[in-house]
Design a protein around this ligand. Sequence first.
Ligand code: A2P
Length: 265
Amino acid sequence: MSVADLTIPLTNAPGVEMPLIGFGTWQVDHAAVAVAAAAGYRAFDSATSYHTERDVTSGLADEGLAPTDRFLTTKIWRTDMSDGGVRRAFHLSSRNFGVDTVDLLLIHWPQNAKSNLETWKAMEDLLDAGQVRAIGVSNFDAADLDALATGSDVVPAVNQIELHPRRQRKALVAENRQRGIVTTAYSPLGQGGPVLQDPELVAVAAQHDVTCAQVALRWLVQKGIVAIPRSSNPERIRQNIALDGFALDDGQMARIDSLPRQLAN
Ligand code: A2P
């Protein structure tokens, strides 16, 4: 099976499967979404604060796809973190996407514990009403997850965090896993910065005749971490989902696993 078609079950949202590779839509337009859809991306990650929900819908439409043909994620921005705010924001998001049910809704950034919980309760209502298939969080640390658990039995299905070979977040990934939370890596390519020139990645890439970006993404997929690379460049959009035909062996995985944290991006 092609990596583009691989999914991971969301343990805390029984029955929901999430594609392991998705297209990040921060700062991209509908033309990039259309290229990604044509290239085979099965999931699109948006947020109200990106203002790209309508680009997702129109980019998919350009390729003759309905929004329901793809796994769609959006996020609740901090100014909407209240009971009424969640309802209003969700109403707008579902209209922008042109769907009744959104696959995954996340709290974009944690605020104080009270605000997180009020927001979460409103998201639980959307879940109960079948308006979202799964709910989760983004940028939460272990203390934020613990605080949420004191007021709710619904454990997030996903925690979306910044993660790439030079910022591995091992403790938080382990915390997520322990709670059955699937980790999603945003900026999996280190925002196109020095990560992609890392000598270890360069060496592994040369062994497989692929790019450093492809090595970074393959490393995440093999670890069972969802990756949502973004690009506005058609060639790179296609490259980032062309992850078949090579696999990292245990030694290569271990070498990347042991890369140190990069302090500056
Ligand atoms: P561009 O849009 O010109 O392709 P991240 O997903 O980690 O945030 O990285 C996104 C950044 O990395 C964007 O600036 C994007 O620029 C760049 N990028 C995306 N894919 C690749 C790739 N395969 N090789 C090099 N740079 C990439």
